[in-house]
Design a protein around this ligand. Sequence first.
Ligand code: ADP
Ligand code: MG
Length: 311
Amino acid sequence: MRVLLALGGNAMTNAEGRARPEDQIAAARVAMAAVADLLAHDVEVVVTHGNGPQVGNLLVKNELAASVVPPVPLDWCGAQTQATLGFVLVDALEAALAARGVERRTAALVTRALVDPDDPGFTHPTKPIGRYLPADEAAVLVDHGETWEDRGEKGWRRVVASPEPLEILDAPAVQALVEAGFVVVANGGGGIPHVRDADGTLRGVEAVIDKDLGAALLARTVGADVLVVATDVPHAVLAYGTPDARDVGTVSVAELRAYAGEGHFASGSMGPKVDAVCRFVEAGGRKAVITDLGHIVEAVTGEAGTTVLQG
Ligand code: ADP
Ligand code: MG
């Protein structure tokens, strides 16, 4: 059985969302202990991960250091976080595997994802990233060609394109590594966004791909049987945050799509996870689950969290 496991931001920062290196390493240890428990079963695992807080930190460094060292574009920031989180995760995973006497080789892959240059996000960016700035500081970055929006009391915030991932360009390398027995960490942050020019040349672009939608596409591309979206809540919840809140257990895609249509899942958080699990099963995947790290073994081998089944 082949499993695609998508780790949320909480798997790479502490409970308060702090992302000092030691917080990230400690969080990776917790997450990779759960992955090692899963690998003790006879499964192939591909891991992907979010990178929001890490990219946020790099953007602050870009801003503060711009007069000393050249700022790097958003696709570079994405690549840098894939590499850093990749080695942190495989270090933690290898230690967890050794502690369990499980022998697996690991690899982290810098992974590119194709997007459409005509995606509406490039003309009307909607995805907020980075920190809030006062109007005068935001104005400097607007002069550098960035899009910033006035968010009232909190200040101004940068918005970027969040294009649909069309193809995981390095999926064949993921596939080859999995077939050679590696546990692979790939497509972090949804993949490094790329467009293909008319002459066929690929080039990185400034955008942020949703990590859960990237995970669903990678899962389909490498022929995963199961997609697990691991976050910090054990279930998707109806009427979330109200006295009528109800966990969603095992449902059909049609039911989950209907709940989404009723507006139960927030667009910046649970919404894309629900979309990702639905897409995976609609495209022929056997099973997709949204749950927390503590339930990933059950999610794969039994029943846990919010589960969508084929048929
Ligand atoms: P991650 O960082 O793990 O990718 P997010 O923080 O983006 O995940 O999304 C998970 C969060 O979504 C939960 O912590 C919860 O606060 C929020 N959320 C919003 N709507 C819902 C819902 N309907 N059911 C469950 N959680 C929800
Ligand atoms: Mg989060």
